[in-house]
Write a protein that binds this ligand. Structure first.
Ligand code: ADP
Ligand code: MG
Length: 723
């Protein structure tokens, strides 16, 4: 690409004070970047237009050329297929006149002339700029597909070849591109190439805010853009990626692993929630409180109290505080003076509520913390949780055990609820953070930290938005190649976005851009809390596969039918087994009331899970079957939970068989334990499965959805190595 030429063209438009480049200017820039466009020349007069037409060769196309007219056809500003010199001169005059009439104040450069191109299949490539993620490339089919059906695919720039390849195939109308009903197939490689060129162009020219190639004609070989538009940024574009600084990483590390912590301003009215949360902390805990009335309560908890942070005769690494907002900036200054590494504020009432005083106080805190290289966590958050060392952010959370799942949440409640629920699903937390207003440290900082944390193998996030979108995206793309990252995004609906601004003051991102970003980065998008937890549980317990064929075992007829629906609906397949499998099955399968195509309706054959040798045989057949990539068993818990309770041995036997299978088979194995109304009876059962390393799911749908999300992740990264 001739970068210098492109820059010169853009610079020229800037000096002419133009934000919208005309088709002639835009095509000059695109052509300098190596992108195939129809050669387009500006005719400032009728004679000049005619000369161009003669030089380019008939038939030609004439179009109005003005930085103030966006949609040329709408005002009769496009004339196709002009075959004679007379047609060109006449059209020149009528087009000029009608443009001047419809747009009396518009600057009109003249009329552009270009060869009439052979029609091809029409596609559209565009670029828009998201306020946080920067340039987003769009691909769609021409005409109604984009305008009415909104059948488009998005990817954040810069595109890598697999992005270009995938986005073309992602649109619903892809069949039309791949030789639909005897139509000749078109040159998809040329479209991929063009997408990559467009991405390279906007990376090299951050001045470009929007770009529109509409339409592009695609042929059996090659493609050609016949219309182009470029819009420049008014202001300087958003910042690019940056790594977590060594200082911040060290500060966070010390805050997550403190030798001594202090709780400032805890009180009876809050039931001493912060001090009580530290009852499990294995190292030193101090309290800072000057209110005499609170001192007996603090003494009763056995925590030494001091009138100020400075008065504590020891270094403090991490501070938790819930002081009123007016006092907050002073506390940050005290922490800085004490050389504290991290401070978290439960206190709210800052930028998230939008009043001037809140913003002013928050800015003071930020300035002080930055100057001191201190990790300011929040405000408006629950702060850090590191169960292994007993550092908690809620008094009911488990402590003392190390886990492997890291959790990062913008919301305190989601952070605590996840930390409370996860252990009941066999998922143990390595480190978690609720970070609220994200003033000094944002999601990217915590993600970068956990990505390098040796304790953390899987990362979950609850986010409402991110501040440095470009940084978040490029970091996420790196992290997912090493550790799975599951992201639950709140505020995906319009009304949900309103709630965000009142919650943490995040900038709202269009849902389509967000989802595209998550997919492109190879992360896992969860739509609900359950999906987030289910998928993390599955990733933790289950062996990976990148293929989609599921072998299903159910006990009885009805569940066999609906479990199949659930897995097909989630986009997985329930294939027939191999002939060899059917032959072996027919030798012992009890067909009365049961079928063994797939699903295997096998309650009779395996005595509702009690005939362990037959169950063993069934599982082995699925394990060997080449059509099957994952095995899922509905244990019929709604029918047998009572029996398990009355005769615990029956459950033990089943668990032995299943544990044995899960550990020897290389295929993912999932169990459905649907409680119906038997939650109480199944609570312990579920924990027994998890204790043995078997992932259970509450419904067919939840198992199916989690397996689909995980399979997408495994496949993405398996394929990624081939790009
Ligand atoms: P608009 O500003 O209205 O988008 P376009 O330049 O896209 O104007 O022209 C409108 C339509 O005319 C295009 O969608 C395309 O079908 C056709 N067209 C434009 N330029 C050419 C060309 N050089 N050769 C053939 N058809 C063209
Ligand atoms: Mg157009």
């Amino acid at each position: 690409m001739s970068t210098a030429n492109v820059a010169a063209i853009i610079q020229q438009a800037r000096t002419r004070n133009r934000q919208l480049l005309t088709e002639v200017e835009a095509k000059a820039a695109l052509s300098a970047a190596g992108i195939p466009v129809s050669e387009t020349r500006l005719g400032r007069s009728r004679d000049e237009a005619l000369t161009h037409a003669q030089a380019l060769g008939f038939p030609v196309v004439l179009k109005i050329c003005s930085p103030d007219i966006v949609h040329k056809s709408d005002i009769g500003g496009v004339a196709l297929n002009l075959r004679t010199p007379e047609a060109v001169t006449q059209t020149f005059d009528t087009m000029m006149n009608s443009a001047k009439q419809s747009h009396p104040t518009a600057t009109i450069d003249g009329i552009s002339v270009q060869p009439m191109a052979t029609a091809g299949l029409e596609v559209i490539v565009g670029v828009t700029s998201d306020p946080q993620f920067g340039p987003v490339v769009m691909f769609g089919l021409g005409g109604v597909s984009v305008e009415i059906l909104k059948d488009v695919a998005f990817r954040l720039a810069p595109l890598i070849p697999r992005d270009a390849h995938a986005m073309i195939r992602e649109i619903k109308g892809f069949a039309l591109l791949s030789g639909y009903r005897g139509q000749p197939a078109i040159d998809l490689d040329a479209v991929e190439q063009l997408l990559l060129q467009v991405s390279a162009l906007i990376e090299a020219q951050p001045d470009i805010k929007e770009l529109d190639l509409n339409p592009i004609f695609v042929y059996s070989t090659g493609c050609l853009a016949v219309d182009a538009r470029i819009i420049l940024h008014q202001t300087t574009p958003i910042p690019g990626p940056r790594p977590l600084s060594a200082t911040t990483r060290a500060a966070l590390d010390r805050a997550f692993n403190p030798r001594a912590v202090a709780v400032i301003g805890d009180k009876r009215a809050m039931n001493y929630m912060w001090l009580r949360s530290q009852s499990t902390f294995q190292r030193k805990v101090y309290s800072v409180q000057i209110d005499e009335r609170e001192l007996p309560g603090i003494a009763a908890l056995g925590v030494p109290n001091y009138p100020s942070l400075a008065a504590i005769p020891e270094d403090i690494d991490y501070v938790m505080t819930a002081v009123p907002r007016q006092v907050a900036p002073r506390i940050v200054a005290d922490c800085a003076a004490k050389k504290v590494s991290g401070v978290m504020f439960f206190t709210s009432g800052f930028s998230e509520i939008g009043d001037e005083e809140g913003k002013r106080l928050e800015q003071m805190m930020v300035d002080t913390a930055r100057a001191a290289n201190m990790a300011l966590i929040g405000p408006n958050c629950m702060g850090l949780y590191h169960p292994r060392i007993g550092l908690r952010n809620y008094a009911e959370l488990p402590a003392g055990e190390a886990g492997t799942v890291g959790f990062i949440a913008q919301s305190g409640t989601h952070s605590i609820t996840f930390s409370l629920a996860a252990p009941h699903h066999g998922v143990k937390i390595s480190k978690a953070v609720s970070f609220g207003n994200a003033t000094v440290l944002d999601a990217s900082d915590y993600l970068d930290y956990l990505a390098a944390d040796p304790e953390t193998r899987i990362i979950g996030l609850y986010l409402e938005g991110v501040r440095e979108g470009r940084r978040f995206f490029s970091l996420l793309r790196e992290v997912t190649a090493k550790k799975p990252v599951v992201i639950w995004k709140g505020g995906m609906s319009e009304a949900g976005k309103r709630a965000i601004s009142s919650h943490t003051g995040s900038l709202a991102v269009p849902a389509a851009v967000w989802t595209a970003m998550v997919r492109q980065a190879g992360a896992i998008p969860a739509e609900t809390f359950d999906e987030l937890l289910d998928t993390i549980k599955l990733l933790q317990f289950v062996k990976p596969t990148s293929k989609m064929g599921v072998g299903l075992i159910a006990m009885t007829g009805g569940p066999s039918v609906v479990i199949t629906d659930a897995f097909e609906h989630a986009g997985l397949t329930v294939p027939l087994l191999s002939d060899a499998s059917y032959q072996e099955l027919s030798s012992f399968f009890t067909v009365i009331g049961g079928s063994f195509r797939n699903p295997l309706d096998s309650g009779h054959t395996i005595g509702m899970g009690q005939t362990s040798d037959n169950l063993e045989r069934l599982l082995s057949i699925l394990d060997r079957d080449p059509n099957i990539d994952a095995v899922v068993m509905d244990t019929g818990a709604g029918l047998v939970a009572g029996q398990w309770q009355a005769h615990p041995k029956t459950l033990e036997g089943l668990l032995d068989t299943l544990t044995n299978f899960a550990s020897r088979s290389a295929k993912p194995f999932l169990v459905v334990l649907q409680p119906f109304a038997l939650e109480a009876a199944l609570l312990q059962v579920r924990e027994q499965f998890h204790a043995r390393g078997i992932a259970t799911f509450a419904t067919h749908q939840r198992a199916a959805r989690a397996l689909r999300l995980a399979t997408d992740y495994w496949r993405f990264h398996a394929e990624n190595s081939s790009w």
